[in-house]
Design a protein around this ligand. Structure first.
Ligand SMILES: [Ca+2]
Ligand SMILES: [Ca+2]
Ligand SMILES: [Ca+2]
Ligand SMILES: [Ca+2]
Length: 403
């Protein structure tokens, strides 16, 4: 990868010696390499992924600029690349800000308070001046509430022995449960002279935590429509669809990709690479149709569910016919032991526009928290009629897992 952003600061591996896992660098352009540096210290250049404060002077300067600024031979990062962050020409303290969304696959561990955040970077300044740079992370909840902070950097002239240089600094803390956003602010502060000589490079923010539990596998029975026969002519509905219950009066059926009826999805139609012989089809009637099944969660998952740490993943291939807006949607209802509704989810609903009016099935995936007290999930596959003689919401390879 050009620029070596993934290896910035020497932190980039996925597996930790204690069996835990580490995220990739959550910061974008933490190495200041995403765009060209300024040709002059006072010429402000765009800094991708970071926002400069109004009237701010913080900038990115190439090591090649020289003139007393850090250069290729200045003590600093061994993976420094071409550019570094620089406080700017003038005497104004400044901030570069970047907001990071906590990756979905980490939310369960974050909320279980088993995640640490580790931040590192190279921070420095000019000779004996006390100008400096530091990175401050602010942990925010979904509603924007302040949950905690972590700072790294602010190297002093004493630490640099009054030499122009950048030193590696690392800090870490527990990641507060409930964190959804990290606001990363690179602060540069002025002490003396004619420029703000807080320098920084190779900024890294990673999360560390225990490995996620293995996923449950597909909880849906016959999610791929392969457990029974498919209709050959498209008109005669199949007698039953194993694992699924048709809504009363619903024309829902299963069709073969090798159907003799013209216009339906075939083996060569854009769709699942693991499509097998059959797919779900709303049926031959000008009405919407649905199928459902109720999945009971395994007892081994329940403690995790009730502590609010469990998450689900639902996916499938969903499609329709030419320019008709018939479509298929998999709806999930999370139910208590007494069938109380605790929450919902859905995936699919591919429209004619999504398909560019081409008969095809597109992959869709979603995920989210499983509500505490969930014991069962009702999965309903709806095929919604828009026009024509049949309900052309198609689906295949439906998948639901909880972990
Ligand atoms: Ca750099
Ligand atoms: Ca200065
Ligand atoms: Ca199939
Ligand atoms: Ca239709």
């Amino acid at each position: 990868m050009a620029g070596g952003g993934g290896a910035a600061g020497g932190i980039g591996s996925q597996l930790l010696p204690d069996g835990g896992v580490q995220s990739t660098n959550l910061l974008q352009n933490g190495d200041a390499e995403a765009a060209a540096g300024a040709s002059m210290p006072g010429q402000l250049v765009p800094i991708p992924a970071w926002s400069r404060s109004d009237g701010g002077i913080a900038n990115v300067l190439p090591y090649a600029y020289g003139n007393g600024y850090p250069g290729a031979a200045t003590p600093g990062s061994p993976t420094r690349g071409a550019n570094f962050f620089y406080g700017g020409e003038g005497s104004t303290d400044d901030r570069l800000t970047q907001r990071v969304t906590v990756p979905a696959e980490w939310l369960g561990r974050v909320d279980a308070a088993t995640t640490r955040v580790v931040s590192s970077g190279w921070f420095g300044g000019f000779e004996a001046q006390n100008d400096s740079a530091r990175l401050t992370l602010t942990f925010l909840s979904a509603s924007g509430a302040l949950l905690g902070t972590l700072s790294v950097g602010a190297v002093t002239p004493l630490e640099r022995t009054s030499m122009t240089s950048l030193l590696l600094r690392t800090a870490s803390s527990a990641m507060p449960a409930g964190t959804r956003t990290i606001e990363a602010v690179l602060e540069t502060s002025f002490d003396e002279g004619t420029s703000v000589d807080g320098y920084a490079d190779d900024l890294v923010v990673v999360l560390q935590g225990p490995p996620p539990p293995p996923p449950s596998g597909n909880l849906l029975v016959n999610g791929n429509a392969e457990a029974g026969e498919g209709s050959l002519d498209g008109v005669t509905p199949v007698a039953s669809i194993p694992g699924w219950v048709r809504a009363p009066g619903s024309p829902f059926s299963v069709l073969r990709y090798a159907t003799t009826a013209p216009g339906f999805p075939m083996a060569t139609t854009p769709g699942s690479p693991t499509r097998g012989a059959n797919y779900f089809f709303g049926g031959t009637a000008a009405m919407s149709a649905s199928l459902s099944q109720v999945v009971t969660l395994d007892a081994a998952l329940l403690a995790r569910v009730d502590s609010g740490q469990a998450r689900y993943t639902a996916s499938g291939w969903f499609g329709g016919f030419e320019a008709q807006n018939d479509r298929a949607t998999l709806r999930l209802e999370f139910l208590s032991a007494t069938d109380a509704a605790l929450g919902t989810g859905e995936v699919g609903g591919v429209t004619d526009t999504d398909r560019a009016d081409v008969t095809s099935l597109l992959f869709r995936t979603t995920g989210g928290p499983v509500p505490a007290n969930t014991r069962k999930v009702r999965a309903t596959l709806e095929s919604t009629h828009d026009e024509g003689m049949s309900v052309d919401g198609y689906a295949d390879d439906l998948f639901l897992s909880v972990q």
